[in-house]
Design a protein around this ligand. Structure first.
Ligand SMILES: [Zn+2]
Length: 141
Protein backbone atom coordinates (compact mmCIF):
# COMPACT_ATOMS: atom_id res chain seq x y z
CA UNK A 1 0.00 0.00 0.00
CA UNK A 2 1.29 3.46 -0.88
CA UNK A 3 1.76 5.85 2.06
CA UNK A 4 -0.70 8.73 2.36
CA UNK A 5 -0.83 11.93 4.38
CA UNK A 6 -3.47 12.38 7.07
CA UNK A 7 -5.33 15.68 7.31
CA UNK A 8 -2.97 17.15 9.94
CA UNK A 9 0.03 16.30 7.79
CA UNK A 10 -1.63 17.79 4.70
CA UNK A 11 -2.28 21.06 6.54
CA UNK A 12 1.33 21.14 7.78
CA UNK A 13 2.66 20.50 4.25
CA UNK A 14 0.55 23.33 2.86
CA UNK A 15 1.74 25.71 5.61
CA UNK A 16 5.39 24.92 4.90
CA UNK A 17 4.98 25.28 1.14
CA UNK A 18 3.19 28.62 1.63
CA UNK A 19 6.50 30.03 2.93
CA UNK A 20 8.57 28.81 -0.05
CA UNK A 21 9.26 30.62 -3.31
CA UNK A 22 6.67 29.80 -6.01
CA UNK A 23 9.15 28.43 -8.58
CA UNK A 24 10.53 25.95 -6.04
CA UNK A 25 7.01 24.96 -4.95
CA UNK A 26 6.06 24.46 -8.61
CA UNK A 27 9.09 22.21 -9.20
CA UNK A 28 8.25 20.27 -6.04
CA UNK A 29 4.64 19.76 -7.11
CA UNK A 30 5.67 18.52 -10.57
CA UNK A 31 8.25 16.15 -9.06
CA UNK A 32 5.72 14.93 -6.48
CA UNK A 33 3.11 14.30 -9.18
CA UNK A 34 5.61 12.30 -11.26
CA UNK A 35 6.71 10.35 -8.19
CA UNK A 36 3.15 9.54 -7.17
CA UNK A 37 2.28 8.60 -10.74
CA UNK A 38 5.07 6.04 -10.91
CA UNK A 39 3.80 2.58 -9.88
CA UNK A 40 7.16 1.61 -8.34
CA UNK A 41 8.30 4.88 -6.76
CA UNK A 42 4.98 5.53 -5.04
CA UNK A 43 5.32 2.29 -3.10
CA UNK A 44 8.81 3.19 -1.83
CA UNK A 45 7.64 6.21 0.15
CA UNK A 46 5.85 9.52 -0.17
CA UNK A 47 8.02 12.68 -0.44
CA UNK A 48 7.21 15.24 2.26
CA UNK A 49 8.61 18.71 3.01
CA UNK A 50 10.14 18.70 6.49
CA UNK A 51 11.13 22.37 6.40
CA UNK A 52 10.90 25.43 4.18
CA UNK A 53 11.47 28.74 5.93
CA UNK A 54 13.71 28.63 8.98
CA UNK A 55 14.31 31.63 11.26
CA UNK A 56 17.83 32.90 11.95
CA UNK A 57 17.54 31.74 15.57
CA UNK A 58 16.60 28.21 14.54
CA UNK A 59 19.46 28.25 12.00
CA UNK A 60 21.92 29.29 14.75
CA UNK A 61 20.66 26.42 16.94
CA UNK A 62 21.25 24.00 14.06
CA UNK A 63 24.72 25.46 13.50
CA UNK A 64 25.55 24.83 17.17
CA UNK A 65 24.99 21.06 16.69
CA UNK A 66 28.29 19.26 16.52
CA UNK A 67 30.05 22.42 17.73
CA UNK A 68 28.89 23.90 21.06
CA UNK A 69 25.93 21.48 21.26
CA UNK A 70 25.90 17.66 21.11
CA UNK A 71 25.27 15.64 17.95
CA UNK A 72 26.73 15.56 14.46
CA UNK A 73 27.32 18.67 12.35
CA UNK A 74 24.17 19.22 10.28
CA UNK A 75 24.92 22.56 8.62
CA UNK A 76 27.76 24.90 7.73
CA UNK A 77 25.51 27.96 7.61
CA UNK A 78 24.90 30.36 10.48
CA UNK A 79 21.65 32.26 10.99
CA UNK A 80 20.98 34.46 7.96
CA UNK A 81 23.40 32.56 5.69
CA UNK A 82 21.09 29.74 4.59
CA UNK A 83 18.61 29.93 1.73
CA UNK A 84 16.08 28.71 4.31
CA UNK A 85 16.45 32.00 6.23
CA UNK A 86 14.71 34.31 3.75
CA UNK A 87 10.96 34.65 3.44
CA UNK A 88 9.72 33.23 1.15
CA UNK A 89 12.33 30.51 1.57
CA UNK A 90 14.64 29.72 -1.35
CA UNK A 91 15.10 26.19 0.01
CA UNK A 92 13.12 23.20 1.17
CA UNK A 93 14.11 19.92 2.79
CA UNK A 94 12.55 16.61 1.79
CA UNK A 95 12.11 13.27 3.55
CA UNK A 96 9.90 10.25 2.83
CA UNK A 97 6.86 9.00 4.65
CA UNK A 98 6.58 5.21 4.64
CA UNK A 99 3.36 3.20 4.71
CA UNK A 100 3.94 2.31 8.39
CA UNK A 101 4.04 6.02 9.31
CA UNK A 102 7.80 6.33 9.81
CA UNK A 103 9.82 9.08 8.13
CA UNK A 104 13.14 8.26 6.46
CA UNK A 105 15.96 10.24 4.85
CA UNK A 106 17.09 7.55 2.39
CA UNK A 107 19.95 8.72 0.18
CA UNK A 108 18.73 6.44 -2.59
CA UNK A 109 15.17 7.82 -2.52
CA UNK A 110 16.46 11.38 -2.26
CA UNK A 111 18.69 10.92 -5.31
CA UNK A 112 15.73 9.52 -7.27
CA UNK A 113 13.58 12.47 -6.19
CA UNK A 114 16.39 14.91 -7.01
CA UNK A 115 16.34 13.70 -10.61
CA UNK A 116 12.64 14.59 -10.83
CA UNK A 117 13.17 17.98 -9.16
CA UNK A 118 15.96 18.96 -11.56
CA UNK A 119 13.94 17.72 -14.53
CA UNK A 120 10.98 19.83 -13.36
CA UNK A 121 13.06 23.04 -13.24
CA UNK A 122 16.70 23.34 -14.27
CA UNK A 123 17.16 26.17 -11.74
CA UNK A 124 16.73 23.75 -8.84
CA UNK A 125 19.99 22.82 -7.15
CA UNK A 126 20.26 19.70 -5.00
CA UNK A 127 22.39 19.58 -1.85
CA UNK A 128 23.44 16.04 -2.79
CA UNK A 129 25.38 17.48 -5.75
CA UNK A 130 27.50 19.77 -3.60
CA UNK A 131 31.21 19.08 -3.36
CA UNK A 132 32.28 18.09 0.17
CA UNK A 133 29.38 18.14 2.63
CA UNK A 134 26.35 16.47 1.00
CA UNK A 135 22.99 17.85 2.12
CA UNK A 136 20.79 15.28 0.37
CA UNK A 137 17.39 16.36 1.80
CA UNK A 138 18.05 19.94 0.60
CA UNK A 139 16.77 21.63 -2.56
CA UNK A 140 17.15 25.30 -3.41
CA UNK A 141 16.74 27.95 -6.10
ZN1 LIG B 1 17.95 22.56 3.62
Amino acid sequence: MAPRLNVTQMVRQAARLAEVRPELVAAYRVALRRWSGDPVLRLLGLPIVTEGYRSGAVQDALYARGRSAPGPVVTYKRGGESKHNVLPSRALDVAFLLADGTVVWSGLLLSKFARLMKAADARVRWGGDWPGFKDRPHFEV
